[in-house]
Write a protein that binds this ligand. Structure first.
Ligand code: FES
Length: 230
């Protein structure tokens, strides 16, 4: 354990615990021991690992168009896989895909159909209507909060997501709140706006994405990102 600290002063408790938690969620107690024993070297906070940041644009994550900006006309009810792309300190554009938790999906529905979820049940659930474009485009994390699978649209109801790993279900019209299965909390929205026919991030994940223990853990990580990257 100590060797990690010696190798990299930016190693955080979060990263280490997350490695363990990810393993535990996926394979249980034995997996936790395994993850602890075999945790990969902890990652330094770099621009390509930063969470989505204000001003980033969303680019395709899918093969064939990877790295190309997602255009408004390309978004429909079916998920379009996305990464955030933004500038580093030198002004170079960087796709933030070195952090797997940055995997997102973008959808478009009639904006009138979105509904701010009521509190209660799985929480927190946040849907910022101002972070949905006027023509109904919304972006969410696409890492199931149970064990990190990327859930696609539910074939029975395209306004829902169905995670085939353990039957988790999410409602896209209500802040991606959990409506079935084992996920412990919603997959967070990434508020966006349209500029020059592209999708631009106005705020990072509104609640803790997969890989974080809770909201406090996530907030602490965001603070650290600001300290390191400015
Ligand atoms: S990873 Fe288990 S329900 Fe999605």
């Amino acid at each position: 354990m100590t060797r990690y600290k010696k190798q990299d002063p930016e190693i955080t408790r979060r990263r280490f615990v997350n490695a363990a938690m990810g393993g535990a969620a996926a394979v249980g107690t034995l997996g936790l021991v395994s993850a602890l024993g075999g945790a990969k070297p902890v990652l330094r906070i770099t621009p390509d690992k930063a969470p989505p940041r204000k001003g980033d644009i969303l680019v395709h994550a899918g093969a064939g168009k990877e790295g190309q900006p997602i255009l408004v006309s390309e978004v429909g009810e079916k998920a379009v896989s996305a990464w955030p792309m933004g500038k580093d300190k030198d002004g170079n554009m960087v796709i933030r895909k070195a952090e797997p938790n940055n995997q997102m999906a973008v959808f478009r529905f009639d904006k009138d159909k979105f509904k701010v979820p009521e509190e209660g049940g799985h929480s927190p659930v946040v849907l910022k209507l101002e972070g949905i474009t006027d023509n109904g485009i919304v972006a969410y994390s696409n890492k199931c909060t149970h064990a990190g699978c990327p859930p696609p649209n539910d074939p029975k109801d395209i306004t829902k997501l169905f995670c085939g790993c353990h039957s988790g279900q999410y409602d896209l019209l209500q802040g991606c709140k959990v409506i079935g299965g084992p996920p412990p909390r919603s997959m967070p929205q990434v508020p966006i706006k349209i500029e020059n026919n592209q999708l631009v991030v106005t705020e990072t994940f509104v609640t803790a994405p997969f890989g974080f223990l809770n909201e406090a853990d996530w907030e602490a990580y965001l603070k650290r990102v600001e300290e390191v990257l400015g």
